[in-house]
Design a protein around this ligand. Structure first.
Ligand SMILES: [Zn+2]
Length: 414
């Protein structure tokens, strides 16, 4: 248990400093780097040994997630690029382990996620400094098999203050009444950081969506009727709930999540717009929703148990007004895309239980610009002219929606 106490101490002892540090957005000048040499993972006599060599000591902590059992290691801040996760997983006795992923999760934070073969808890967890071999710090973890209940107890432990992922400080920016002031639009480039999203031909959905979101932002600003914010400005992992929290913090009137997923079965091409549904409208939508949420789960953010009963009732009440507004937004966007001659999916208007569309009070849509699994779509997504046309169609769809929505809002207030 000594190691476990040490791990907890690492969390608690650092939480004071981290609490204020979370808000400070400045970067460390010398970013710690993980070193492939000196890093290893293997199982010996039932115990998993994980060594992570770092160029300098950093604040760190470990915790666990259940269903499936995972080890989460958070650092401030580590560049994992020198590590080859696939190679690490080839160590002795590691069948049943994996995937292992790592990357930035928020400004100044990095995370490793290791899917465990079974419930395991650290019997030793320490960061040794001043190694003589050129490695400046070595994180040593010994993960012993644990029984299910003990593991679940650890996994249920709450984050110490300061260690939860950064939450926008001001969650209470009031929104202007519908139709007054510029429309505040939150664009949400899907995926990012340790979650690349769909991949094909060396390209990732995360990177393509960031490019498109930036271009769409420019197009919207040129049009001049809106203020535009992005949920992420770089290749960083942002949990789904944080994306919604950012929209609230910005006082967003509209939330638009941008994706271009891949399908493994059948042929899918063209643009699709999703709105929120309690249940997915068909099997394909259900699979997509599940995949999006699983990405978030895999990255160490558990979506379960977020809404208690009362919050649920309040959110349902808000959705009664918001849901039809989102439907109209989806309609106006699709009409504008069709008018611009943009290829739409065979069934372009769908609904699914995407967590990212869960804001009860902000009309939210998820646009699948196309499918990375389609060669034609992939080519279009890489074509600046096509992207400009798509961006312009979204601008014009949003524009007509905002006029219609403001008029309807004014009617409601009378
Ligand atoms: Zn996606």
């Amino acid at each position: 248990m000594r190691g476990w106490l040490k791990a907890l101490c690492a969390a608690l002892c650092l939480s004071g400093a981290a609490g204020s540090g979370v808000q400070a957005q400045g970067h460390f000048s010398g970013l710690a780097r993980a070193d492939a040499r000196g890093s290893s993972l293997h199982v010996d006599e039932g115990v998993a040994f994980f060594n992570l060599a770092l160029s300098q000591p950093v604040p760190w902590r470990i915790r666990y997630l259940a269903d499936p059992p995972r080890l989460i290691a958070d650092f401030r801040e580590v560049d994992f690029r020198a590590l080859d996760f696939a190679t690490l997983l080839q160590g002795p006795g590691l069948s049943g382990f994996g995937p292992l992923r790592g990357g930035p999760v928020a400004d100044g934070w990095s995370r490793l996620v290791l899917a465990l073969d079974r419930p395991r808890l650290a019997q030793l967890a320490e960061l040794k400094t001043g190694q003589g071999d050129g490695t400046r710090a070595l994180l040593r973890l010994e993960l012993a098999e644990a029984d299910e209940d003990a593991f679940r107890l650890e996994a249920a432990r709450r984050d110490p203050p300061g260690w939860a992922l950064p939450v926008p400080a001001d969650l209470a920016t009031p929104r202007a009444p519908r139709g007054s002031g510029p429309l505040v639009i939150m664009l949400d480039p899907g995926h990012g950081g340790l979650d690349p999203g769909a991949e094909n031909g060396g390209q990732s959905e995360a990177a393509l969506m960031l490019t498109f979101a930036r271009e769409l932002k420019e197009a919207l600003l040129r049009d001049g009727f809106s203020n535009v914010r992005l949920t992420r400005e770089r290749d960083v992992f942002v949990p789904l709930e944080t994306r919604i929290a950012l929209a609230h913090a910005a006082g967003a009137d509209v939330f638009i999540s941008l994706h271009a997923d891949a399908v493994t079965e059948g042929v899918a091409k063209g643009a699709t717009i999703y709105t929120m549904a309690a249940e997915a409208s068909d099997a394909a939508s259900a699979a997509l929703a599940e995949r999006h949420d699983r990405d978030a789960l895999m990255s160490g953010v558990d979506l379960k148990g977020q809404d208690d009963l009362i919050a649920g009732v309040l959110m349902d009440m808000a959705r009664v007004e918001t849901a039809p507004r989102a439907e109209k937004l989806s309609e106006d966007l699709l009409r504008a895309m069709a008018e611009a001659g943009i290829a739409l999916h065979r069934i372009p208007r769908r609904s699914a239980a995407f967590s990212v569309l869960k804001a009860p009070d902000i009309p939210s849509v998820l646009i699948e610009l196309g499918y990375l699994s389609s060669a034609g779509d992939l080519k279009r997504l890489n074509d600046p002219l096509w992207r400009a046309g798509m961006a312009q169609a979204i601008v014009s769809g949003l524009h007509s929606w905002s006029v219609r929505d403001a008029a309807e809002g004014a009617l409601l207030r009378q």
